[in-house]
Write a protein that binds this ligand. Structure first.
Ligand code: SF4
Ligand code: SF4
Length: 209
């Protein structure tokens, strides 16, 4: 490519102590490797008006074409959006359904307080404090149980790693997504909250929806 013009006096022009140097500025040529951009001519007033008219008609065609469709607005919170079965929402801790506890047919907790879920959690939002089971006070089916089990749902990213890491299927992720609250501390779910059934269930999508 051709270089931009330079003064031909070796840079002496304007140097102190020299006479008035003559600048011989040659006309700059872009050369053969420069591609000129070809632009279409600007539309005239007739073409602009026609194009606006046609585009408006096209937009109206889309609007009227959807008039026969039923509304898709969901009246939340009275009506909840169904979720897919694989949706990961609020956690749930589980009990065995048929294990005796202190002689009664109450379910023992599946969680043995091993903290594998806490170790797998990338958001570091699970806190487990384990304690020993005793013959008088048996809470889980293992040697130990989770005396404290908390999940800070304001930090949880709902990745599901805790569910995958648990060797006893003691924790799973449900479908409930209504978890907002006015106070952050209310989003720390305790073991009792996680063992309890959610108050309201989120509907699931049917197959193929
Ligand atoms: S879903 Fe992910 S971020 Fe949330 S508690 Fe489980 S491992 Fe942690
Ligand atoms: S939920 Fe599972 S992984 Fe987490 S502490 Fe309990 S048994 Fe261990």
């Amino acid at each position: 490519m051709a270089s931009p013009p330079n003064s031909e006096d070796g840079g002496a022009a304007g140097a102190p102590g020299t006479s008035a140097a003559t600048l011989n500025v040659a006309a700059w040529s872009p050369g053969d490797d420069v591609i000129e951009v070809q632009r279409t001519p600007a539309p005239g007033p007739t073409r602009s008006t026609w194009r606006t008219f046609v585009e408006t008609l096209r937009g109206l065609g889309t609007t009227f074409g959807r008039f026969h469709e039923t509304p898709v607005t969901v009246q939340y919170p009275e009506e909840k959006t169904p979720v897919y079965p694989r949706f990961r929402g609020r956690h749930k801790l589980h009990r065995f359904e048929d294990t005796p506890q202190n002689g009664a047919q109450a379910g023992l907790e599946k969680c043995v307080g091993c903290s594998l879920c806490a170790a797998a959690c990338p958001a570091d939002c699970i806190r487990v404090v384990a304690a020993e089971n005793t013959p008088e006070h048996r809470v889980s089916a293992g040697e130990r149980y989770a005396e404290i089990y908390e999940i800070n749902l304001s930090r949880c990213i709902f990745c599901g790693y805790c569910e995958v890491a648990c060797p006893f299927d003691a924790i799973t992720m449900g479908h409930d997504y209504e978890l907002s609250d006015y106070d952050r501390t209310d989003l720390i779910f305790t073991k009792e909250m996680l063992l309890a059934e959610p108050l309201e269930r989120t509907p699931l999508r049917n197959e193929g929806e």
